[in-house]
Design a protein around this ligand. Sequence first.
Ligand SMILES: Nc1ncnc2c1ncn2[C@@H]1O[C@H](COP(=O)(O)OP(=O)(O)O)[C@@H](O)[C@H]1O
Ligand SMILES: [Mg+2]
Length: 316
Amino acid sequence: MLDIKRIKNNESGKMLGYYSVLGFDKEPFATSPDPEFFYHTREHDLALTNLLIELRLRRGLSVIFGDVGTGKTTLSRKLLHELNKRGDMIFHMILDPSFTGQDQFLVSLARNFNIDLPKDVDLKNVDILELRDTIEAFLLQKTLEEKRTIILLIDEAQKLDLTTLETLRILLNFETNEQKLIQLVLLGQLELYSKVVHMNNFVDRISFKFTLNPLDVKETGELINFRVKKAGYKGEKELFTNEAISAVYNYTKGYPRKINMLCHKCLKEVVMRDQAAIDVKIVEDVIQKEQQWLTATKNSTESLTNIQEINLTENN
Ligand SMILES: Nc1ncnc2c1ncn2[C@@H]1O[C@H](COP(=O)(O)OP(=O)(O)O)[C@@H](O)[C@H]1O
Ligand SMILES: [Mg+2]
């Protein structure tokens, strides 16, 4: 049984972290893309394995597409985790690729890979060709002499502007007869596809492309149970009943981010109710509260807009 009294009588008057009450060592449904909590779903696994092969073979450009919350950032963290285990990879990850021009992008690339820029380089008035030559020389030296693989990962790649995408295409021209000198991994929402599809020679250059889809009901259950166990839960029975998992799936449509959010709320609720398992009733109640909140917020936003419109009309 859960020690609800202990929670309620907590000295500070605050609720103890629900995860320690349930016997967790860690929070099972944290929203951070922690590689330790990465569950190898069929699609995530396929994407990860292929990315590692592409990088090892130095094939150049890989692109992972996926809707918000399908697990792109988590996948990239897992990939970095794997790359970290190898000494022959030099990599850098860009989390927010909002660059204002080719010069800004190339200078940041050079800095992030610790490339020595010519001493007299004028950062306000960069000589693009010189900068590209310096980067190419660095890539050649690292790849051919030091036998290292240079990797640039870009998350939120749908934010890349056309100039930067064009610059990436140019970087892919740095190659030997057998391999590309820089490996690019782009992860982006589906708008990225509409951006690159009209660019000459961009889509043709993608050596590995993959779209992450939401999970099915079976994998939704596996993901939940995996995260619960990974967080240290030792209960004999599963913490979420099968019906509860189906309800989570129906509401979240298998989007990992939504699954995490909902399960987190269900865990708090199970503690409050002093129950041993999360059943379908808890999930439905949590969803209902969520929907009530959405409706109330929508209504108050609408009435606020109406008031503003009335004020505008009155002021005119
Ligand atoms: N394969 C996975 N295993 C475990 N948790 C995952 C997995 N994929 C996504 N998640 C969880 O779902 C949430 C959203 O994932 P995220 O990588 O941020 O999505 P995206 O970058 O596509 O918007 C994160 O909290 C993450 O922990
Ligand atoms: Mg992301």
